[in-house]
Design a protein around this ligand. Structure first.
Ligand SMILES: [Zn+2]
Length: 462
């Protein structure tokens, strides 16, 4: 197996930041199995994206019937839940049958230990373990088996081929700057992954990238923007063909900035979660497609703009399934039947609303989506002449928004006309509510309590 230390090319500073898989030990045998699976499944899963609406529905119903029946028979939590509504095995014949099942939330699962009981193999100790925080701040642990791990990889490799717009080659390096290493460091010496921690100084990463020459770079948009700001000559990085952003919300303008810094590499955003794995991915034409052979997504409680709560099921997780799961995120889907030039027929998002807590709340106009706020800060705060290094929009109270601003070093100071335009448009989103005050704080740096960059914080929701 590939030893990452052999690929530091004398950049010793990077060594302490190399991340390795600490979950289930990877073996050449498990990697070889995945490689075999990829070779068989590759044409099939690429073809899935060209399914007609009817064929996709047939595919999803088959998967849903399998998941629901398995959960009903093997998982005490689902058995009780579905028994109460009179479910019997084999009842899922149409999507409406599926949509009649009760919706569950993270808190339902956190409060119900039964959810984790039922599997004889693998035991939870031998499954891949992931943690996230619940809405109440409690730690929520999710387990995946080898089937889910392999599905995650198949989706990931297919996504890479979509954005590279060519088949992966055995020697294509993938460079990740992240919190943890992937479950495999390569697929039996194909497509090796070099993973460094988000804490690695960007200078080391830039020097190392030039020597390793990966085809794909992947990371948090805030870290990639930081790298981008240090690049003097974009042509030095033209070996990077595609860049993936994930984990934090980023605007199209920020992704365009990353693209320019890396010599015009295609930058695509990916939206996934530990509960559902891949949910949506941006294609080379900039559209967010749902990954509809991985998740069934429905939108409920839509507002006039079509935005509503996402209810989803991972179609392959029979081990610890999430069925009709309210993820807490908001989505709006594009009109049915619209086709994208990339050829992917999976439904597209009208806009990616981001995490449900990245919204502002107006007494007059209700919830203001993160998409609306991101469009505004794209235009005014990220504008080249705003002279801002960083900013953060914090709703402290119903009628109080604080705008934290950090000016760029060596600039002439903040360009207040940009800030004025931003605040006047923000007031418009609040229906020009006279009770609303926007307080501006100029500061030397913004301290983030979490590892993720948060440009929009709503303290009313915490
Ligand atoms: Zn597309």
């Amino acid at each position: 197996m590939i030893q990452l230390e052999d690929y530091t090319f004398g950049i010793d500073g990077i060594k302490p930041y190399i991340l390795k898989n600490k979950k289930i030990a990877e073996t050449l045998e498990t990697q070889r199995k995945l490689l075999q699976l990829w070779k068989v499944q590759r044409p099939i899963i690429h073809n899935n994206m060209t399914f007609s609406t009817k064929d996709l529905e047939i595919y999803q119903i088959d998967r849903l019937r399998n998941i629901v029946d398995t959960a009903f028979s093997t998982n005490p939590f689902y058995n009780q839940l579905y028994s109460k509504v009179g479910y019997s095995r084999g009842d899922i014949i149409t999507l409406d049958d599926y949509k009649a099942l009760p919706i569950i939330t993270k808190d339902d699962l956190l409060d119900n230990e039964n959810w984790l009981g039922g599997n004889l193999s693998p035991t939870l100790e031998n499954a891949y373990r992931y943690t996230t925080s619940g809405s109440s701040g409690k730690v929520f642990t999710v387990y995946r088996d080898a089937v889910m791990n392999n599905m995650m990889w198949l989706n990931q490799l297919r996504f890479y081929e979509q954005i590279l717009q060519r088949p992966l080659k055995q020697k294509d390096w993938i460079y990740e700057i992240y919190l943890a290493a992937p479950t495999f460091s390569s697929i039996a010496d194909h497509y090796p992954f070099f993973t460094v921690s988000n804490e690695c100084p960007p200078e080391y990463v830039l020097a190392h990238l030039k020597l390793l020459k990966p085809s794909i770079l992947s990371g948090f948009p805030s870290y990639l923007l930081n790298l981008a700001s240090l690049i003097k000559d974009p042509a030095e990085f033209d070996f990077i063909e595609a860049i993936v952003t994930n984990s934090e919300a980023s605007s199209q303008q920020e992704r365009d900035r990353i693209s320019r810094a890396f010599g015009g590499a295609l930058v695509c955003d990916e939206y996934s979660s530990i509960e559902l794995s891949f949910i949506s991915m941006q294609c080379p034409h900039g559209n967010y497609h749902l990954v509809e052979d991985n998740v069934r997504v429905d939108i409920i409680n839509e507002n006039q703009l079509g935005q509503g709560e996402m209810i989803a099921t991972n179609l392959h997780n029979t081990f610890l399934p999430f069925i009709r799961y309210n993820h807490g995120d908001k989505l709006a889907l594009k009109q049915h039947g619209l086709e994208c030039r990339c050829g992917n027929k999976f439904r597209m998002l009208k806009q990616f609303e981001g995490r449900a807590d990245q919204i502002l709340i107006s007494q007059k106009n209700g919830e203001i989506s993160s998409f609306m706020i991101m469009s505004l800060y794209d235009r005014f705060l990220l504008a080249h002449d705003s002279n801002l290094l960083e900013f953060q929009i914090v709703q402290k109270e119903v009628n109080l928004i604080e705008l934290n601003l950090v000016p760029k070093a060596n600039s002439k100071g903040i360009n207040w006309s940009c800030i004025d335009l931003f605040t006047s448009h923000l007031k418009e989103l609040f229906g020009n509510d006279e009770n609303l005050s926007i307080k501006i704080n100029e500061m030397a740096e913004i301290l983030n309590p979490s590892y993720k960059r948060r440009l929009i914080i709503n303290e009313l929701l915490h």
